[in-house]
Design a protein around this ligand. Structure first.
Ligand SMILES: N[C@@H](CCC(=O)N[C@@H](CS)C(=O)NCC(=O)O)C(=O)O
Length: 281
């Protein structure tokens, strides 16, 4: 798979790069960011994937999270893809900020006109991981995933639907129960069809956590209590649903006054990197 280097910047002794490639899964050119810490020049190191939220490209995390400082300190490769296919001009794909472009929801659509390209779940869990594993100095099997809002949900379903693919998963202000909130209902109706099809539960983290039967999976849910979108996120539905099925228990951290922004993410990104490191050692 040919990668084109879009940008490369020295950063905390390592490199912040952006690559593009032709994706067979989503049928368009896709971009993703990679932070390569200094340790990766000599050694194979763990990787943590980051999935961003609604309206983001690969740039938001790179420019606003401040994660590179901690990835360099702890010797972690960070990979952050875009949030949807782009440039396809599918009718309706740019009519709203919470559906279509910038809002792929990390699932595989089943409905026209989305089902051919809106396959972000397969893109992340198969194509992107293959590309990253074969092009960078990754320590085999040592990978975790985290994300924000829609991306926190994407991280949760990628881990819950693929037991043992990731050592741990974490979410900042994750949409924890999309079938129970307006963002999720809009996206699932458009991408998956009506709820009566029975397909929604296959893509909802709170439903998936109830049926998880895989090996132990570290899960951290982080939530700012000043979050303007808290009514969309429902973290407590997931915590409650996980009580009987998840061992170890899902870790839930509340942050007084923090809102939904990257200021909140930047404040706690090192905590998440350390949480994943504990599972990646
Ligand atoms: N466009 C929405 C906000 C969307 C939003 O907050 N998106 C979050 C993810 S759900 C984000 O990361 N935005 C980009 C940024 O803050 O850099 C609005 O105007 O209310």
């Amino acid at each position: 798979m040919a990668l084109t280097e879009v940008s490369s910047n020295r950063c905390f002794g390592g490199w912040q790069k952006v690559f593009s490639h032709e994706s067979a899964t989503v049928g368009c050119t896709m971009k993703f960011g990679v932070y390569l810490p200094p340790q990766a020049e000599e050694n194979r190191v763990p990787v943590i994937y980051w999935l961003s939220g609604l309206t983001c490209t690969e740039a938001n995390f790179i420019e606003k999270s401040g994660a590179q400082r901690y990835a360099a300190k702890h010797g972690i490769i960070l990979v952050n893809p875009d949030t949807s296919p782009r440039g396809l001009n599918i009718p309706g794909d740019s009519d709203s900020w919470d559906f279509g472009v910038g809002a792929g929801f990390y699932l595989n659509a089943t409905q026209e006109p989305w089902k051919k390209n809106y396959r972000m779940y397969d893109y992340i869990t198969k194509e992107l991981i293959d590309i990253v594993t074969s092009n960078f100095n990754i320590a085999e099997g040592r990978q975790s995933i985290m994300g924000h809002s829609m991306g926190g949900h994407g991280a949760l379903i990628a881990a819950l639907k693929n037991p043992s693919l990731f050592k741990s998963v974490s979410g900042f202000a994750a949409i924890c129960n999309p079938i129970a909130c307006p963002w999720g209902v809009k996206a699932f109706t458009g991408y998956l069809g009506p709820r009566e099809t029975g397909r929604w539960e296959e893509w909802d983290a709170t439903e998936l956590v109830k049926r998880y039967r895989g090996p132990p999976l570290g899960i951290l849910i982080d939530q700012g209590l000043g979050d303007q979108f808290l009514h969309q996120l429902n973290p407590k539905n997931l915590i409650e649903a996980s009580r009987s099925s998840m061992h170890p228990a899902v870790e839930y951290r509340e942050r007084d006054s923090y809102n939904h922004s990257y200021f909140y993410i930047a404040s706690f990104i090192e905590d998440h990197i350390k949480f994943h490191l504990d599972h990646l050692i």
